[in-house]
Design a binder for this molecule. Structure first.
Ligand SMILES: [Zn+2]
Length: 333
């Protein structure tokens, strides 16, 4: 005969409590596991050796990405912060090339071993030749200031093309007017003067901040730019090497065919923002012409220029020509 009474009731009550407690614990653990699985792609830094480091690619973030950036930066390749961004990708490709690794832009075991093993070589000195050498050897293609000069896929520059007078933008440009993303950026002097006049005027009208992301590039730098873009496409869209390269060619000119070799073009941006939607872009679209600049790759001229629109790329052609081109709605082609 079953014994019932207050004792039985307490046992049932206790069992019920244990059941509720267990269910709650399972729920908490389940939620914790789910949270770990669903968190953004942050990869923590392991305590052990190189073989335990996670494989990192474009877009990854966290401690390990920070460690990658610090390691690359210490060796002079660049890279900053806790995110594997485009700058990390460029730095990594250069690191892999200079250390005889597969230049795939992915930080895997080989990269970590080289980076943490203390045997990696530091970045080779900049490929930008010193100013004195440029002045001594420099033979302009046509007009010394290259105004205007068509450079595109079908009109490449000769291999020995050198702009006449390059200045180091970082020394030249007041950081209150514009910051220069890469301290090693040169530009042709007359164009740099016009750029500073233009951005100073914008600042006086309350339109700032400004950043110069790129100006003069050597053919070697252009090649590195193209390879970085191809590597980014490969990682973002899972393309084959050939498909990634042909996609990259639509947005990055081949070495010798980039206007950036002239030193009279600037990629003008706003830190941390997509330029096309900013007040700075609207100001440039309205005013750049009066300072001698043209929006080189416009959305309504993609078919003529063969380039997708670039809201950030401005070419110096001198004030008269720029204004005439604006009024007649022309592009250089
Ligand atoms: Zn550009």
């Amino acid at each position: 005969m079953p014994v019932t009474g207050p004792g039985t009731y307490n046992v049932r009550k206790m069992k019920k409590r244990i059941f509720i407690g267990t269910a709650a614990a399972v729920l908490v653990i389940g939620l914790a596991v789910l949270a770990v699985c669903l968190r953004p792609q942050t990869k923590p830094l392991p305590a052990a050796g190189a073989e335990d480091y996670p494989v990192l690619r474009l877009g990854d973030s966290g401690e390990a990405a920070g460690e990658l950036n610090r390691g690359l930066n210490t060796l002079g390749y660049g890279g900053e912060g806790e995110v594997f961004d485009r700058d990390t990708l460029r730095a990594l490709l250069s690191f892999q090339r200079q250390n005889g690794l597969d230049a795939d832009g992915i930080a895997g075991k080989q990269t970590w071993t080289a980076l943490l093993g203390g045997t990696a070589v530091t970045a080779a000195p900049t490929v930008t030749p010193p100013l004195s050498a440029l002045k001594a050897e420099g033979k302009p293609y046509e007009d010394p200031r290259g105004l205007p000069l068509l450079v595109n896929r079908s009109c490449p520059l000769p291999e020995n093309y050198q702009p006449l007078a390059l200045v180091l933008l970082n020394d030249y440009c007041d950081p209150a007017v514009a910051t220069v993303k890469n301290p090693d950026t040169y530009a042709e002097k007359e164009a740099a003067d016009a750029l500073i006049r233009m951005l100073t005027a914008a600042c006086e009208e309350g339109i700032f901040p400004w950043q110069i992301s790129s100006a003069y590039r050597t053919p070697e730098q252009q090649q590195a730019e193209l390879e970085a873009q191809a590597a980014a496409y490969r990682q973002e869209n899972d393309l084959s090497e050939a498909d990634a390269l042909s996609a990259a060619r639509k947005t990055v000119a081949l070495p010798g065919t980039s206007e950036h070799h002239l030193g009279t073009c600037f990629d003008i941006t706003v830190p941390e923002k997509w330029f096309a939607g900013t007040d700075q872009y609207r100001w440039m679209a309205k005013n750049c012409w009066d300072y001698g600049f043209i929006l080189r790759y416009a959305a309504d001229k993609e078919e003529i220029t063969g380039f997708l629109a670039e809201a950030w790329h401005y070419r110096y052609v001198g004030r008269e020509i720029a204004q005439a081109m604006r009024d007649a709605n022309l592009c250089l082609e």
